[in-house]
Design a protein around this ligand. Structure first.
Ligand SMILES: [Zn+2]
Length: 75
């Protein structure tokens, strides 16, 4: 997962597990892959942020943000 992917995230609900996952925006193809690697066909995605967020996605993004903040503080 490159840095840029974290700047353009789309929270979408998966009909598979009923969780809202963070997807890097602008993915090509039938399947979209969330930052937690949960893969969903576009037809099974709901464009809403309402609902329980995927804990793995939240932790991965939180960790990334914490590291970014740490970087800017020390440089
Ligand atoms: Zn997820």
């Amino acid at each position: 997962m490159n840095d840029r992917a974290f700047h353009d995230l789309l929270w979408c609900k998966s009909r598979y597990d009923k969780r809202v996952h963070a997807f890097p925006h602008g993915q090509a193809g039938e399947h979209w892959e969330a930052v937690c690697t949960h893969s969903v066909p576009m037809a099974k995605l709901v464009r809403t942020e309402d609902g329980a967020k995927c804990l793995a996605c939240v932790l991965i993004i939180g960790d990334h943000l914490a590291r970014k903040r740490g970087d800017s503080r020390w440089s």
